[in-house]
Write a new protein. Structure first.
Length: 476
């Protein structure tokens, strides 16, 4: 082999080595596998299915297990294992009784500082104005020390979201309408259970509970407060927008209300002074309460004397069985049956028809109603009103942020003086209530027991007060 041939072979080998080295360093392969695409025809190409996806399964917010919807309260009750049927609670806003929105104090201060822009002159001016207002308000309070400033009522609005997927025993789904039905049932005048919602300050609650429209209540109170028929003037007081027929209809209930007023006195005396010692002190040492209780006339006479409507000295004559009143009327109880209406006529004559606290209302029994309320109640009982719902409670639909799922909810407006936890009750199926006339309210609840114990304490205090009144009466 010649030298030239050897040189050529060396060059070829060197070139091959260099090419191999370059290929390894770049990681590239000199071989590329061809892509095999399947052969398709126009017949094989199908358009997407136009049928929409099936409706999603309804929300079920309960864990696995068996639940009796009749044993589920709206909110959880501390100290019990009841499962609530509310999903969530959110406070939306706060407003005053006249509908003005209550601004958060922190936000109000922040917006005030931003508006001032850090200008000292404006801030000092505002401070001076505040000082002036403070001085003027102090002056006004000094001029009227007895005048109390009425605190403005504030109402909070809540959104109570209900759990989805709940069912009654028969498989019927629980809806917001069922919840509203239960709210009305626990607010009705005939409901006497532990979950009485009518005691809460909710707009429209008093109207629904009493079945008396608010505008009608205001009209009747306006007529009663203006006063009755003036005998000397020979007419009723003039009231704008009210005619004589309306006044006649209301004041025609005066004596019927007075009968209730007097009967309350008779019942109170014979409940709180039913002892021989009181009968001996007020009537006669020869009488026992057993004899008084056996005679409606003696029970009324006993009330006359205890309440101060008997003659100051020897109002009852045991031998003659007669009663002499404070206006010197004499009733022979052998021939005449003394009634509550006789006592009412005595009260009217004594106070000359004065309905004030220094007049007839001076004789209201402890815990009793004043004569004006009794007149209104008698009038209202003769009317045919109908109030179907509560303005401060209604249903709605809500959707959580970022979710397409809808939930039913209840909107509630409640005074800030009432705890939202007090708006609680157990569910009853409307059909079951119509069939049985009763609601699914458990008999024993921890919180209710605590409230009852407090009431018993108050009752015992009241009993001591009654004994004090009795002693005062005995001394007199």
């Amino acid at each position: 082999m010649t030298q030239k041939a050897k040189s050529s072979i060396f060059i070829v080998i060197l070139s091959a080595v260099l090419l191999a080295i370059i290929g390894c360093s770049t990681g590239e392969s000199s071989y590329i596998e061809p892509v095999k695409e399947p052969m398709t025809s126009s017949v094989d190409k199908v358009d997407p299915d136009p049928t929409p996806s099936p409706t999603p399964t309804p929300l079920v917010d309960m864990e696995e297990g068996t639940y009796d919807i009749g044993e589920m309260p709206l909110f959880a009750i501390e100290g019990t294992d009841y499962v609530p049927f509310s999903f969530g609670l959110e406070q939306l806003d706060s407003v005053t009784a006249d509908g003005k929105t209550v601004v958060n104090e922190a936000e109000d201060e922040q917006s005030g500082s931003e508006a001032s822009g850090g200008e000292g002159s404006e801030e000092s001016g505002e401070e001076e104005l505040k000082d002036e207002k403070a001085v003027s308000s102090d002056d006004e309070s000094a001029e009227n020390p007895e005048e109390e400033v009425e605190e403005e009522k504030i109402y909070n609005t809540y959104k109570i979201v209900l759990k989805s997927g709940l069912q009654f025993r028969d498989g019927t789904p629980v809806t917001a309408d069922d919840v509203l039905f239960n709210i009305l049932a626990h607010s009705a005048r005939g409901y006497k259970g532990d979950y009485d919602l009518s005691r809460l300050d909710i707009p429209g609650m008093r109207e629904y509970h009493t079945q008396i429209p608010e505008e009608e209540r205001i009209r009747v109170e306006k007529i009663i407060n203006a006063g009755g028929f003036d005998i000397e003037e020979g007419k009723y007081p003039e009231i704008e927008g009210v005619d004589t027929a309306e006044q006649d209809a209301i004041w025609g209930c005066y004596d019927e209300a007075g009968l209730i007023f007097a009967q309350n006195i008779i019942d109170y005396v014979n409940s709180n002074y039913a002892l021989n010692a009181y009968v001996n002190a007020f009537m006669s040492g020869y009488l026992t309460y057993a004899k008084v209780e056996a005679s409606e006339s003696l029970k009324t006479a006993f009330a006359y004397i205890v309440w101060g409507y008997g003659r100051k000295k020897n109002p009852y004559n045991y031998r003659k069985n007669t009663l002499t009143t404070i206006t010197d009327k004499v009733f022979d109880l052998n021939e005449y049956e003394l009634t509550a209406m006789d006592l009412w006529e005595e009260i009217k004559e004594y106070y000359k028809g004065d309905l004030s606290d220094e007049g007839i209302n001076n004789d209201v029994v402890p815990g009793g109603d004043p004569i004006e309320k009794l007149i209104a109640d008698v009038y209202f009982s003769k009317q045919d009103y109908r109030v179907d719902g509560i303005r401060g409670v209604f249903k709605g639909i809500t959707r959580e942020e970022g979710s397409v799922d809808e939930r039913e909810c209840i909107y509630l407006t409640l005074s800030d003086k009432d705890d939202i936890g007090s708006f609680n009750f157990f569910l009853t199926e409307p059909m079951e209530f119509e069939r049985t006339g009763s609601l699914n309210d458990p008999e024993v609840i921890v919180e209710i027991e605590e409230e009852e114990s407090e009431e018993e304490g108050e009752g015992s205090e009241g009993g001591e007060g009654s004994e004090e009144n009795s002693r005062d009466g005995e001394e007199s």
